[in-house]
Design a binder for this molecule. Structure first.
Ligand code: NAD
Length: 522
């Protein structure tokens, strides 16, 4: 993943993909995120109100609907976004869709992981003057943080007054205890629970559990009444749709209550309607993969339970000059071919392959991390579905540069399945020095005849004997000639946006339909 040209949302973010083919625009020189940060720090009056905050009526808001005078309301706060328009990677037109109105939904759909408050804080005009809430908004609020510090009654998550208000929550939880343990049980009403749909964080006595069900997620979020040990274990009984969280008490005392509700506790919301959740991970090791790319291993905190499935990415977050900078990275494996026995589903460590861009915002900071340093890592996100691999006997992988990262787990997964017949990687790079894990790829091709790899270099040294150039139609069709086997194929593409778009176009012209293609960047 690159931070050479900072983009919001980043090019491979789920939000970008789900935005229905949303295009990023070429920003004018001097309009990068770093330039925006500089401008906001310059002391310039960004609102025209000299720092005064005002209450804005809806009528007043509606008047500010022109590019030269554009206000937008996000979650009740009104921002003057005119100074930001030229810095918006999605383009002025996209931002103008919320001009003079409530842009919350627009923002949630496309930018839910961006901390707009830190991005736009200098543009804050004030608060929207209160208006009557709609019924749905009122219900929404009830399932949020607004509850007082109120304990849950012993034994159940449903008797409590606060919880009764969350009527539409299809999941239910209860808890019980022994002298030394606390067990929290979540009933999902789902016959099959995937382990990767459960994310648990236990930190400083606060338990946060997220259960994901397609587009929605259920949040159980409590400050526990008494101390527990750091580690947590998670069990699933798929047949009855039950998830069990096992905690160990620090002191053998009887608990009367489980805990105090925290933000979004007992809510069932669209995933896009809740922000990303981060935990601090510790850098365990850092090794060079190439002249500019590192393999970093981060350790999750002991109270964290999560799995990162094929094709999912996480976000790294850091505060740079007061602005939250967030970038997505696709976790990889420690090596290309991890023995199935060693490849546990749940992870305690997250491996990231990060290309360091000297002019980037976040990657130089990542490169400076020392062993033992921490960085915030989000829960996994992504729109690649494991079901896309069901019945597939051939994978064609097109990767450009660090677009190789999602391919690593795909290769690892496919080659473990005996019925998989063919796996081809077309790997586009500038020079030979840029090819990531070339030794491993070559060795794998020797070891497993189902796997082949072809390197295509756009800026090769004169002595390069392999393929040259960038992605083009002739290369794609040449690659497909002579295919006679009856194979069920999935084509996966990842790289710079333009690379991905061109590749998708070429393969569609060659007869691939949308279901047969997964493009990792939008
Ligand atoms: P790079 O600049 O080193 O380029 C690698 C190769 O990509 C080039 O040799 C060329 O063949 C091809 N390429 C580059 N720009 C192109 C263009 N405009 N049109 C056609 N082909 C082009 O690559 P990098 O610096 O490693 O960047 C990799 C890109 O992959 C980044 O943009 C990153 O955001 C993206 N990426 C996406 C995901 C994801 O979506 N999940 C994951 C990892 C990386």
């Amino acid at each position: 993943m690159s931070d050479a040209t900072p983009q919001f949302p980043a090019p491979r973010s789920q939000q970008r993909v789900s935005a229905g083919g949303r295009k990023k625009v070429q920003l004018k020189p001097g309009r990068s995120l770093m330039d925006w940060i500089r401008l906001t720090k310059s002391g310039k009056d960004m609102t025209g109100l000299h720092g005064r905050l005002i209450a804005v009526t809806e009528e007043e808001l509606a008047k500010h609907n022109k590019k030269t005078d554009c206000w937008m309301c996000i979650r009740g706060m009104v921002y003057n976004v005119t100074p930001y328009l030229e810095y918006h990677p999605g383009g002025e037109e996209e931002l103008m869709r919320g001009a003079g109105g409530d842009g919350t939904e627009l923002f949630d759909q496309i930018h839910s992981w961006v901390n707009y408050e830190s991005m736009l804080k200098e543009c804050l005009v004030g608060r929207i003057a209160s208006r009557p809430k709609t019924v749905s908004e009122a219900i929404e609020n009830q399932s949020g943080l607004k509850a007082p510090k109120q304990k849950l009654l012993n034994g159940t998550g449903n008797l409590d007054g606060f919880e009764k208000q969350s009527k539409n929550v299809p999941l239910r939880h209860e808890w019980f205890q022994t002298e030394d343990t606390i067990t929290v049980v979540i009933y999902t009403k789902q016959k099959v629970i995937n382990l990767d749909s459960i994310i648990v964080d236990l930190e400083s006595g606060v338990l946060r559990t997220e259960v994901r069900q397609q587009e929605y997620s259920y949040i159980l979020h409590l400050e526990l009444c008494h101390e527990v040990q750091e580690a947590i274990s998670v069990h699933c009984s798929s047949k009855v749709g039950k998830i069990e969280l096992n905690l160990k008490k620090r002191n053998s005392i009887i608990w009367n209550d489980l805990g105090y509700p925290q933000e979004l506790h007992n809510s069932y919301k669209r995933k896009t309607d809740r922000g990303l959740f981060y935990r601090k991970c510790t850098l365990l090791s850092k090794t060079d993969v190439s002249h500019d790319t590192r393999l970093l291993c981060f350790q999750l905190p002991p109270g964290c339970y999560l799995t990162i499935s094929i094709g999912q990415h996480v976000y790294l977050k850091s505060n740079i000059q007061g602005v939250e900078v967030v970038r997505p990275y696709t976790p990889v494996l420690p090596t290309l071919y991890v023995d199935p026995k060693d490849n546990d589903l749940t992870c305690t460590n997250i491996y990231l392959m990060v290309k360091i861009y000297p002019d980037g915002l976040l990657t130089p900071l990542i490169d400076r991390l020392q062993i033992g340093d921490c960085i915030s890592v989000s829960s996994p996100e992504g729109n690649f579905k494991h079901s896309q691999l069901e019945g597939i006997t051939e994978l064609i992988l097109l990767a450009a540069g660090t677009g190789f990262t999602p391919m690593i787990k795909l290769i690892n997964f496919a080659l473990k399945i005996p019925s998989f017949r063919k796996l081809q990687l077309l790997f586009f790079n500038k020079t030979e020095e840029d090819i990531l894990w070339r030794d491993q790829l070559d060795q794998l091709a020797l070891k497993d005849k189902r796997f082949t790899v072809e390197y295509i270099l756009s800026e090769p040294h004169p002595e390069w004997r392999g393929k040259r150039g960038k992605i083009e139609m002739s290369l794609c069709s040449e690659f497909l000639t002579g295919r006679t086997e009856e194979l069920k194929t999935l084509l996966c593409i990842c790289g710079p946006t333009s690379f991905t778009e061109q590749a998708v176009g070429f393969f569609k012209r060659l007869g691939f339909n949308s279901e047969e293609i997964h493009a990792f960047s939008g």
